[in-house]
Design a protein around this ligand. Structure first.
Ligand code: GLN
Length: 491
């Protein structure tokens, strides 16, 4: 790193927190080079190692890529990004936050990784996450908790907590995440960034380690809606390698950002806002007022079955995870116990040693819910509830363009606060899980601070309305500075 760069820390900080879109313009204008930008992020990652946001830092390959990068050679050319460690990246450890995969070096690229590479991005590393994406606080990671850069005694949210913390702390330009029940939106809210879960099937799941296959969806986590649009343009699209990937045409997400809010109808759901913590309600009202000031119209809507989402999800997600995680048996790849006595012992001890407690709990619940005699009572019933929730949304979207909702019941909680209370931890996703059950797109955007901690609000849209959601968030971000707050710089 040149002397000029390392000596000017203010410039450094401003640069690291610029949006992806601003950095893209700067790189093309020759304000600085991909190498300078990459070096600045690598130095910041090192200086902030205590946040534990990265599991693997790929300094050498990032520097090599930056040196030979042509800034006009792709939509993300020269921009340093990070991948959640759930995406397979050829030649790189892909751990999914688990001891089970601590020694797993992926032999191929996930479609998301391949597309982001093809767009010219520079991969800084793989970010920390809850084990197999099961969690809401990043505390179930085999690699330890991630600290929230706004308050290091607090969680960053989960499961994409490493990606959220890295974006918020200025340790990458943008990151990828996955969202099965809230894992992009909840950490985005806790860390004061913008994150989008696209419609189920919009982004390929190929090469993404599976948790709940009917719910899992990859998406962007970044500093603004504009940045999410840029990332989504690269990530989205049909992929023949994922049989649930949609053939619906993608939209020009960046091109649609200037759609005005005039005439937009947004729903507010009373049951979602019942008993909501005051600071969250206050921010929701602020966002609603800003939408109205720009010509949007509020409409009262109802989602009568949304309160059944958590019990339904905690049957469906574990059922699917019990099937998906059966492949980790100590035989083909992953952790293998030493000196097995026989095949039974090999399976048993490899899985006992390789999986953490939360993952084991879920495998057991899922296997039970799917077993003969219980399938109808639990799994079938949960699927029926899922259909009712989806129908509620479909009825609602006949009357409104999007729904304005809380992302989380409160601001980021303290490390350790909920680790002994699974029910309390599961309640964290009360506003995000209904969206996954229905397969809809939604994003979380920052709406200001409460006691120095970020509050996020959620915009939920109809199927394949990503462009509308991103443009609504962008219009809000044009007239507000909520997404401009950075940890340590504002209160
Ligand atoms: N917190 C939820 C769970 O533990 C959602 C996680 C996710 O979206 N991956 O399952």
């Amino acid at each position: 790193m040149s002397h000029e760069w390392s000596s000017n820390t203010m410039l450094h900080k401003t640069l690291l927190h610029k949006t992806l879109s601003e950095q893209k313009r700067d790189l093309i204008a020759g304000e600085y080079s991909p190498l300078e930008l990459t070096e600045a992020y690598l130095a910041a990652i090192e200086a902030n190692a205590h946040l534990n946001s990265y599991i693997t830092v790929l300094a050498d390959t990032a520097l090599d890529a930056a040196k030979s990068c042509d800034v006009n050679a792709g939509k993300l050319a020269g921009l340093p990004i990070a991948h959640k460690d759930i995406f397979c990246q050829s030649g790189t450890r892909t751990s999914a936050g688990s001891k089970m995969l601590d020694n797993f070096v992926a032999p191929y690229d996930a479609t998301v990784v391949e597309r982001i590479n093809a767009a010219g991005a520079i991969v800084l590393g793989k970010t920390n996450m809850d084990e197999f994406a099961m969690g809401s606080s990043n505390e179930s990671s085999y690699y330890g908790s991630v600290k929230n850069p706004w308050d290091e005694a607090r969680v960053p949210g989960g499961s994409s907590g490493g990606s959220a913390a890295a974006v918020a702390a200025g340790l990458c330009s943008a990151a990828t995440g996955t969202d099965t029940g809230g894992s992009i939106r909840q950490p985005a809210a806790f860390c004061g960034i913008t994150g989008m879960k696209p419609t189920y099937g919009r982004v390929s799941r190929w090469g993404m380690i599976a948790y709940g296959s009917s719910l899992d969806q990859a998406g962007p986590m970044a500093r603004s809606a504009e940045d999410c649009a840029l990332m989504l343009e690269v990530m989205a699209g049909h992929d023949a390698k994922d049989s649930t990937s949609s053939t619906t045409a993608t939209e020009d997400y960046a091109g649609a950002l200037n759609t005005p809010l005039e005439g937009l109808r947004f729903g507010r759901c009373e049951t979602f806002e019942e008993n909501l913590a005051a600071p969250i309600r206050e921010k929701l009202d602020l966002v609603a007022a800003e939408l109205e000031a720009q010509g949007a119209v509020a409409v009262e809507v109802s989602l009568p079955h949304a309160h059944l989402a958590i019990p339904s999800y905690y049957i469906i997600a574990p059922a699917e995870c019990s099937a998906n995680l059966s492949r980790f048996d100590g035989v083909r790849f992953g952790h293998r116990c030493s000196n097995p006595e026989n095949i039974e012992d090999l399976y048993k001890r490899s899985r006992t040693e390789g999986f953490g407690q939360e993952v084991k709990n879920r495998i057991m619940v899922g296997a039970f819910a799917l077993s003969a005699g219980y399938y109808d009572a639990y799994y079938r019933k949960a699927q029926q509830i899922r259909r009712l929730i989806k129908n509620d949304f479909l009825n609602t979207f006949a009357a409104v363009d999007l729904i304005l909702a809380p992302t989380t019941p409160n601001v980021a909680f303290r490390l350790g606060e909920k680790t002994d209370d699974a029910q309390a931890m599961y309640q964290e996703d009360i506003f995000t899980i209904p969206v996954n059950l229905a397969g809809l797109p939604a994003l979380s955007l920052p709406a200001g601070l409460h006691d120095g901690l970020p509050v996020g609000v959620q915009l939920i849209g109809n199927y394949f309305s990503e462009a509308r959601l991103l443009s609504a968030a962008h219009q809000l971000q044009l007239t507000t500075d909520w997404h401009r707050h950075t940890p340590g710089a504002s209160s």
